[in-house]
Design a protein around this ligand. Structure first.
Ligand SMILES: Cc1cc2nc3c(=O)[nH]c(=O)nc-3n(C[C@H](O)[C@H](O)[C@H](O)COP(=O)(O)O)c2cc1C
Length: 153
């Protein structure tokens, strides 16, 4: 079991969030971080624990960096039964009804293929005074006990 952190970003906030999550999870796990635009759907291993970090653009759409991965998920349509994942979404409440849709879209796409979402679905609000990396560190601490520890045999 490996911990894989995938981020889909437009202007880089998600990358900072992914780094903050990785710092926390690195205490008990050995996480790998990938930009979704450079990650092949075929490399998803249902035995892994996936952390998805995704912002929202347009009118409640995925950011550009998440589009190739989402398109590949649709075309390859893998069976992800057994895969556990958690989502940290980024958005801005100024956009009203489309607030944080990007992370929700990714969660729906994975769940539809048999994966199971665990933990709290985090939603950062860029209109708040809370820094995304700080919220992400606190969130990752709640996630750590849900992920199985690395076995060393
Ligand atoms: C043109 C534009 C459109 C956006 N649309 C939405 C939206 O529909 N819903 C939302 O919650 N946030 C929206 N956002 C806010 C971003 O998701 C938010 O600023 C996020 O922190 C950006 O993260 P990133 O740099 O990783 O892409 C939008 C931002 C911009 C600049």
């Amino acid at each position: 079991m490996s911990v894989v952190i995938l981020y889909g970003t437009e202007t880089g906030n998600c990358e900072l969030v992914a780094d903050a999550i990785s710092d926390v999870l690195a205490v008990d796990h050995d996480p790998s971080i990938y930009d979704m635009s450079e990650f092949a759907v075929e490399d998803l291993d249902p035995a892994d624990f996936l952390v998805v970090v995704c912002s929202t653009y347009g009118e409640g759409e995925l950011p550009t960096g998440a589009e190739p991965f989402a398109e590949e998920l649709d075309s390859v349509d893998p069976d992800l039964t057994g895969l556990r994942f958690a989502v940290f979404g980024l958005g801005d409440s100024v956009y009203g009804e489309t607030f944080n849709r990007g992370g929700e879209i990714m969660a729906e796409m994975l769940t539809k293929r048999g994966a199971t979402q665990v933990g709290e679905h985090a939603r950062h609000d860029n209109s708040s005074t809370v820094k995304p990396a700080k919220q992400a560190s606190e969130w990752a601490q709640t996630l750590a006990p849900i992920i199985e520890p690395l076995t060393t045999n």
